[in-house]
Design a protein around this ligand. Structure first.
Ligand SMILES: C=CC1=C(C)c2cc3[nH]c(cc4nc(cc5[nH]c(cc1n2)c(C)c5CCC(=O)O)C(CCC(=O)O)=C4C)c(C)c3C=C
Ligand SMILES: [Fe+2]
Ligand SMILES: [Fe+2]
Length: 365
């Protein structure tokens, strides 16, 4: 018998399910050249990340960069690797579990919360497939980049769209585009700085170091630079910090072209040389500590500042598993989920169980 029409599975008594997918950049599977190479190849082959014509870029990537960089990067990764794995992955997974607990506590225990990496594993494709298998017909994508950049946020959106090209019955999709000016996120950053000051006293300058992008991206209309400055202004206001004590800089320059300026390391060296004794350094463009913060900032830049004459370098960690940040992320998710939210409150048993899990995770961090 030919069937012309079949009812979708979810109309048979199962309500539509909603998934929330947190997405971060990705990281190699191990701190070895063999593991870093395929990760860098995937990352640096993305035309959103390196905007050089493929015919020109391909020989440079395969002939030079992928021959030399994996070993150098692997040594850096080895210096920050933990017993649980790469810091970026460990923090992202903990944030995901905490968010699930907080959302359940807010009465949203039927949501499916998961995380994926744009490059490397677990891939966006595999996690979207798992959501489809679990019956999700609505998916909220949460790129874990506070400030929008084409090379980060937009490439997550590209990958999601590319995955959905292979589906027939598409889910509803929403995105959190950026949250660098979200009051909850700003308050969490400010609280983290204040707590650091209470423990250690205030340094002469607070340096906010954001990951750089090529200067050309700004000229072509990428809003990233402006969003970084907005985050910095709002954080300065929340801390009531005089303008001259707040410095914004950009790190992680890649290649020979000009990137956003001022560059972090030369800025810190100039401060050290000109007699600034102490700096607090924070990276509000990253919600999780990773290679770029733990190695580049807290090791390389620390040494550069002290070598240039600075006396005290304090690194303020990323928000990682801070409760106020997970609260902000919960509120952001709830507001974007909007009319997808279920009205049914979680059963008391469910919410108590989730609360205990969240507490346990919080205590273990
Ligand atoms: C926070 C936002 C980020 C932007 C914007 C960004 C742009 C960007 N990055 C590269 C090249 C590299 N970045 C690397 C590591 C890395 N980058 C980010 C975030 C942003 N990148 C993070 C969180 C990490 C750390 C990953 C980890 O595993 O901990 C690397 C790999 C390391 C290395 O070999 O140095 C490269 C390469 C470009 C070219 C770019 C913008 C065009
Ligand atoms: Fe990067
Ligand atoms: Fe770096």
């Amino acid at each position: 018998m030919t069937r012309f029409w079949q009812e979708p599975a979810y109309t048979h008594g199962t309500p539509p399910r909603t998934g929330v997918l947190l997405v971060n950049l990705g990281t190699p599977a191990a701190p070895t050249a063999a593991a870093v190479r395929p990760y860098l190849k995937q990352f640096l082959s993305d035309p959103r990340v390196v905007e050089i014509p493929r015919l020109v870029w391909w020989p440079i990537l395969n002939g030079i960069i992928l021959r030399t960089r994996p070993a150098k990067s692997a040594a850096k990764y080895a210096s920050v690797w933990t017993t649980e794995g790469s810091p970026l992955k460990v923090h992202t997974e903990k944030q995901t579990k905490l968010l699930a607990g907080f959302l359940a506590h807010a009465g949203q225990s039927t949501l499916l919360i998961d995380s994926a990496m744009r490059y490397g594993e677990p891939s966006i494709r595999s996690r979207l497939d798992a959501m489809r298998a679990a019956g999700c017909t609505r998916i909220l994508i949460v790129p874990l980049y506070p400030q929008f950049a084409a090379s980060t946020t937009a490439t997550v959106m590209d990958e999601v769209a590319d995955c959905l090209r292979h589906w027939r019955n598409l889910p509803e999709i929403r995105y959190i585009r950026s949250f660098g000016d979200d009051p909850g996120y700003i308050q969490a950053l400010a609280a983290s700085v204040r707590e650091h000051w209470q423990r250690n006293g205030q340094a002469d300058k607070l340096v906010l170091s954001f990951h750089g992008i090529p200067r050309r991206s700004l000229d072509l209309g990428d809003p990233y630079h402006c969003e970084c400055h907005k985050t910095a202004r709002l954080l300065g206001e929340a801390l009531q910090l005089p303008k001259e004590r707040l410095i914004v800089s950009f790190q992680s320059r890649f290649g020979k072209a000009a990137w956003l300026q001022p560059y972090t390391q030369p800025t810190l060296e100039a401060l050290g040389r000109k007699g600034t004794a102490s700096v607090d350094v924070m990276c509000p463009g990253f919600v999780s500590d990773c290679l770029e913060t733990l190695e580049e900032i807290n090791m390389e830049c620390r040494e550069a500042f002290l070598h240039a004459g600075g006396k005290r370098f304090e690194y303020i960690p990323c928000l990682n598993e801070r409760e106020d940040w997970i609260h902000a992320l919960t509120r952001l998710s709830l507001s974007h989920l909007g009319n997808w939210l279920s009205d049914a409150p979680a059963s008391p048993e469910e919410s108590e169980l989730q609360r205990l899990r969240a507490v346990e995770l919080g205590a273990a961090r």
